[in-house]
Unconditional design. Sequence first.
Length: 286
Amino acid sequence: MSLSSPTIFRAVFRRQLEQLRLSRLPRSAPRRFQSSNSGPKPSEVGEAVKPKPPVEDPVPVGSTPVPPVSLWLRLGPLTRAGQAYARAQRSRPYTTQVASALVIYLAADVSAQRIGGKEYVPERTVRNLIIGAVSAVPSFLWFVWLSRNFNYASHVLSLGVKIVVNQLVFTTIFNSYFFGAQALLAGESLSEAWDRVRRTVPVSWVNAWKLWPAVTAFSFTFIPIEYRSVFAGVVAVGWQTYLSYLNRQAEIEEEAAHDQKTTVDALPPVNASPLQLDAQKRRIAA
């Protein structure tokens, strides 16, 4: 079938118009398919591969504040010994307290006997070691309880209450236990033990107010909790020396009183015959 010339002409003319219209449109860069998970840019890949330099602590220059080193970390061998004690305290608290009490009471009794100036008596040391071993764990639990209670907003109020409670409760009970146990372990009776407690506890309780309030305040303010028993132990060597010395003075007084009573009982009784008057004698004339 042959096409007419007008039809061919219209087809060629329509194609030319379409090409002319497309040639006038602005040309844009061809769009590429972009996935939703866009990968890192080449610059970012290079930065990720490059290792970062290590971060160094800034050198303190000028007014840069330097944190102070704690006193407990500047004592050399004492610091290492304290840290070892703290580790033992955390791992085996009761065993550590009993061992510490044995060392404290041993040193205290030896010091007290040297101060007395008499011959060393091993039996007294054994009695002190028994008393210290028995009281070690209760004393430790008491101070742990005291540190966890009576904590108020005011630090001064907290210290004041802790000191008063410690002096009224712990000091009274402990001193009574110490002197009473000393008497009982020495073979005395309950009445004699009570007499020693009655004569020694008031004096030791009054003197405790001169030392332990300051020790308690300093310990709860500046000493870390794991080192408080060490600090109190050092002070307790001197205090237990005083208690042992006071107990020895009471023993000397009791021995002197016992010797005096024995001497009086050993004297022979005096036989006094009744006075008889001679009735035959003359009366004196008035």
